[in-house]
Design a protein around this ligand. Structure first.
Ligand code: FMN
Length: 230
C-alpha cells in the first residue's frame, strides 16, 4: 500500500492551501479562525462588579450551545498583561452576566462599549444606552437591545493562559414585543441582528431567506429543493 506525503498531497491539489495549526502562532491561528468562522453573533455583555459598578463589552466568541439546559458561551481573552478583562473578573465575582443581542440600531453603542476604558467606568452611560434592572441577576440589561438573556454562571473552562470560556445558564429573557410572537417565533427582520466578520468587518442579517431541511423522501423526489430559497 502506498501512502502520500503531505507535500505530495498539496502538490496534487494546488488549489488548496493547508495549515498545520501546531506550526502557527496564536495570532496566525486567530486570523484564520475569525476570518473563516463567520458571521459570528455578537453579545453585548453586561455585568456588575462586587460593588455593583456596571460594565458592558461586546464578545463575538459567543454562541448558544444548548437549549436544555439553556447555555450561552463566551470566549473571554485576558489582557496582554495577563489580567482578566472586566467582564471575566465580574462574572467570577458575581456569578452572573446578561447577554444583550446586538442589532443594527445598537451597533454604535456597542462600539463605544468596546473602548478599553479603565475599570470602574460605566460604558453604558458613555454609550448613551439605558440600563434597566435585571429580574434575576444583579446585572442590568440594555433597554435598546431587541433581546437580552440573564445568565447564571454555569462553568468556566480554563483552556490555557490567554483566555477562558465562560458558560452561563439562561434563567430569564427580555424580548422587545415586536420581535417575538405568541408561538415564540422570533422575527429575524424585527431583531435585525448584526454579525462579526474577520478584522473590523461586520455583516447585517438583512439578506435573510428560508431554506427548509428536507426529508429523505422529498430530497429523492426533488433534489433541486435543497437550494430552493424563499
Ligand atoms: C464586535 C467585537 C467583538 C469582540 N469579541 C471579543 C471576544 O469574543 N472576546 C474578547 O475577549 N474580546 C472581544 N472583543 C474585545 C472586547 O470587547 C474589549 O476587549 C473590551 O474592552 C473588553 O471590555 P471589559 O474589560 O470591560 O470586559 C470584541 C470587540 C468587538 C468590537
Amino acid at each position: 500500500m502506498t501512502s502520500m506525503l503531505a507535500e505530495d498531497r498539496a502538490a496534487a491539489r494546488p488549489e488548496i492551501v493547508t495549515f498545520d495549526f501546531a506550526r502557527l502562532s496564536p495570532r496566525e491561528r486567530y486570523k484564520l479562525l475569525i476570518g473563516a468562522v463567520v458571521p459570528r453573533p455578537i453579545a453585548l455583555v453586561t455585568t456588575v462588579d462586587a460593588q455593583g459598578v456596571v460594565n458592558a463589552a461586546p464578545f463575538s466568541f459567543f454562541n448558544c450551545l444548548s437549549a436544555d439546559p439553556a447555555i450561552l458561551a463566551l470566549g473571554v481573552e485576558y489582557r496582554p498583561s495577563g489580567a482578566q478583562k472586566d467582564t471575566g473578573r465580574n462574572v467570577r465575582e458575581t456569578l452572573s452576566f446578561t447577554v444583550n443581542i446586538v442589532s443594527d440600531a445598537l451597533l454604535e453603542g456597542m462600539n463605544v462599549c468596546a473602548v478599553p476604558f479603565e475599570p470602574g467606568i460605566d460604558e453604558l452611560e458613555r454609550a448613551g444606552l439605558t440600563a434597566l434592572p435585571g429580574s434575576t441577576v444583579p446585572c442590568p440589561w440594555i433597554a435598546e437591545a431587541p433581546a437580552a438573556f440573564e445568565c447564571r454562571h454555569h462553568t468556566t473552562l480554563g483552556i490555557g493562559n490567554s483566555r477562558e470560556i465562560i458558560l452561563g445558564e439562561v434563567v430569564y429573557a427580555h424580548f422587545r414585543a415586536d420581535t417575538v410572537d405568541e408561538r415564540l417565533h422570533v422575527d429575524p427582520v424585527a431583531l435585525d441582528a448584526v454579525g462579526r466578520m474577520g478584522g473590523h468587518g461586520y455583516a447585517s442579517t438583512r439578506d435573510y431567506f428560508d431554506l427548509p431541511t428536507l426529508s429523505v423522501e422529498t430530497w429523492e423526489k426533488d433534489p433541486a429543493a435543497a437550494n430552493r430559497r424563499r
